[in-house]
Ligand binder design. Structure first.
Ligand code: NAD
Ligand code: DAU
Length: 337
C-alpha cells in the first residue's frame, strides 16, 4: 500500500464528514490533490470547503450515478474515497427512493468506474448495517457481526457494502470498507440530533427527544473519523473491513442534558416527541482491529469538551445554518416530531 496518493477523488466532499476529510488531507498531506465530486443536494454546501487552496482542491458538481461524468474525471486519479450518500434515517422513512439511487446505484457506478480505470477504492459506511443491540447486551459490533439493517437508510448502506465485497472478489478491485459510529462536530446538517437541539435552543425552541430517550449511540468526533479513513486508505489491507469507533457510548437523554447544561438551560427544558418508526436501540463499536493492526487511535475523546466547541461553532456560524432551519423543522412538524 502506498504511503500517500497524488490525485484522489472524494465523493460527498461538501457534506459534513466528507468535507472534514478534505480539510484533513489538505492540512496533513499537502502532496495530495483532491477532486471533490458532489451533487450539492440539500445536505451539501460549497461553504464547507471554501477557502481551501485552488491548486489543492477542485470541486466538480455532479451525480455519482452520471457514468459519462465519471468517464471524464476518473482517469489520472489513483484513489477514490466514497462518502456521498443520502445519510438521514428520518428522511429514508418518509421517502426511500433517493437512498436507493445514491447509496446503491451510485456505489455500483463508482465500482464499475474503478474497475475500468484501475483506481483504488475506499468505501465509507456505517455501524448501522449491523442492526442494533439490546441495552443490557455486553456485546459490541465487530467486523464479524452479521448484517441486519433496520431502516431504509441502513439497508441501502448494507447493500452498497455487499456490492463492494462482490466486486472485490469477482473483479479483484483494490478496495477497503470502514463502518463508523455516530459522528459529531462542526458543519453537521441541522436535521441531525445534536445540531438540531443546539440550533433549537438558539432559536428559543425546546429540543425534541424521541421515544423514551434511552437509545444509545457511540459518539466519535468527525476529526477522528477522518484520521481513521486516511489510515485505512494508506495502510489498510486490500479486501478488508475496519470498524471505526472511539468508545463513546451515551444515551440520547444524557447527550441532551449535556447540551442543555452547556447552553445554560435547565435539564428538563425539552419536549418528548413521537418515536422514530423501527428506531434502533443501541449501537456500539469494537475498533480493536483498526487499533491493533493499523495503529490508529482517536484523539478527540473528551466528549463534553468537543460538545462545548460544537455548540460554540453553531453560535458563531448562524449564517451557515439559519437559512435552512425553517424548512428542516417544517419536515419534522409534518411527522409529529
Ligand atoms: P451528509 O448528508 O452530510 O453529506 C452527504 C454529501 O453527499 C452531501 O454533500 C451531498 O450533496 C452529497 N451527495 C448526495 N447524493 C449525491 C450524489 N448522488 N452524487 C454526488 N454527491 C451526492 O452525510 P455525512 O453525515 O457527511 O455522511 C457521509 C458518509 O458517511 C455517508 O456515506 C454516511 O453513510 C457515512 N457515515 C455517516 C455517519 C454519521 O454519523 N453522519 C456515521 C458513519 C458513516
Ligand atoms: O451510526 C451511524 C449513523 O449515525 C450514520 O450512519 C447516519 O448517517 C447518521 O445520521 C447517524 O444516524 P442516527 O439515526 O443514529 O442519527 P440521528 O442524529 O438522526 O439521531 C441520533 C439519535 O437521536 C437517534 O437515536 C434518534 C434520536 N433523535 C434524533 C433527532 C433528529 C432524537 O431523539 N431527536 C431528534 O430530533
Amino acid at each position: 500500500m502506498p504511503d500517500t496518493y497524488k490525485n484522489i477523488i472524494v465523493t460527498g466532499g461538501c457534506g459534513f464528514i466528507g468535507s472534514n476529510f478534505v480539510h484533513y488531507v489538505v492540512n496533513n498531506h499537502p502532496e495530495v490533490h483532491v477532486t471533490v465530486l458532489d451533487k450539492l443536494t440539500y445536505a451539501g454546501n460549497e461553504e464547507n470547503i471554501a477557502g481551501l487552496p485552488e491548486d489543492k482542491v477542485e470541486l466538480v458538481v455532479g451525480d455519482i450515478c452520471d457514468k459519462k461524468l465519471l468517464d471524464e474525471i476518473m482517469p489520472g486519479h489513483d484513489a477514490i474515497v466514497h462518502y456521498a450518500a443520502e445519510s438521514h434515517n428520518d428522511n429514508s422513512i418518509v421517502d426511500p427512493e433517493p437512498f436507493l439511487h445514491t447509496n446503491v446505484e451510485g456505489t455500483y457506478c463508482l465500482l464499475e468506474a474503478c474497475k475500468k480505470y484501475d483506481v483504488r477504492y475506499h468505501h465509507v459506511s456505517t455501524d448501522e448495517v449491523y442492526g442494533d443491540l439490546a441495552l443490557d447486551d455486553p456485546a459490541r459490533f465487530t467486523e464479524e457481526t452479521p448484517y441486519n439493517p433496520s431502516s431504509p437508510y441502513s439497508s441501502t448502506k448494507a447493500a452498497s457494502d455487499l456490492l463492494v465485497r462482490a466486486w472485490t472478489r469477482t473483479y479483484d478491485l483494490k478496495t477497503t470498507i470502514s463502518n463508523c459510529s455516530n459522528n459529531y462536530g462542526p458543519y453537521q446538517h441541522i436535521e441531525k440530533f445534536i445540531p438540531r437541539q443546539i440550533t433549537n435552543i438558539i432559536c428559543g425552541v425546546k429540543p425534541k427527544l424521541y421515544g423514551d430517550g434511552l437509545n444509545v449511540r457511540d459518539w466519535i468526533h468527525t476529526e477522528d473519523h477522518s484520521s481513521a479513513v486516511w489510515t485505512i486508505l494508506t495502510k489498510g489491507k486490500i479486501g478488508e473491513t475496519y470498524l471505526i469507533g472511539a468508545d463513546g457510548e451515551k444515551n440520547n437523554i444524557d447527550v441532551l442534558h449535556a447540551i442543555l447544561r452547556g447552553m445554560g438551560k435547565d435539564e428538563d427544558e425539552f419536549d418528548w416527541v413521537k418515536d422514530r418508526p423501527g428506531h434502533d436501540r443501541r449501537y456500539a463499536i469494537d475498533s480493536a482491529k483498526l487499533r491493533r493492526e493499523l495503529g490508529w487511535k482517536p484523539q478527540y475523546t473528551d466528549f463534553e469538551g468537543g460538545l462545548a466547541k460544537t455548540i460554540q461553532w453553531y453560535r458563531d456560524n448562524e449564517a451557515w445554518w439559519r437559512p435552512v432551519k425553517e424548512a428542516t423543522e417544517a419536515k419534522y412538524a409534518k411527522v409529529g416530531q
